[in-house]
Ligand binder design. Structure first.
Ligand code: HEC
Length: 111
């Protein structure tokens, strides 16, 4: 009986460890970490943009507008500058989906 409990205990430990190892690189950074490290220098903390970097404001965009823009960037539909930026950011293993990033940005800019 004791041995059986030990086996159950050990296998749950192995399960927990292996599920952590299996975490994909997508889970490594939060949207906040990505924005604060990779986007803020051009887009500023509240999304109002940066005239020196020719970056427009995103602060007044709706959730859907931000998502559409992020999808256009992803699909190489316009946004030449951002396509280049996104490639550089993905190379650093900071992956983000349009939906997740749009939700994060919209909440952040409308606090
Ligand atoms: C080096 C400066 C720079 C960095 C870094 C940068 N951007 Fe941009 N971004 C721009 C510029 C310039 C534009 C406008 C030109 C364009 O769309 O390509 C833009 C446009 C956008 C747009 C479209 C806005 C609209 O009005 O349609 C979105 C969304 C966006 N950026 C999100 C991001 C996110 C998210 C990050 C970080 C993961 C990021 N940007 C990093 C400079 C930057």
């Amino acid at each position: 009986m004791k041995q059986k409990k030990m086996i159950i205990f050990l296998s749950s430990i192995i399960l927990i460890l292996s599920s952590n190892l299996g975490a994909s690189s997508t889970d490594r950074y939060t949207m906040e970490q990505i924005y604060n490290n990779m986007c803020i220098e051009c887009h500023s903390s509240n999304g109002s943009g940066n005239t020196e970097k020719l970056t427009p404001s995103m602060a007044n965009l709706s959730l859907n507008e931000i998502k559409e823009s992020l999808l256009e960037i992803e699909n190489e539909d316009g946004h030449v500058i951002m396509q280049h930026n996104r490639d550089q950011i993905l190379k650093k293993d900071m992956k983000y989906s349009a939906k997740e990033m749009a939700t994060y940005l919209h909440t952040r800019f409308n606090r």
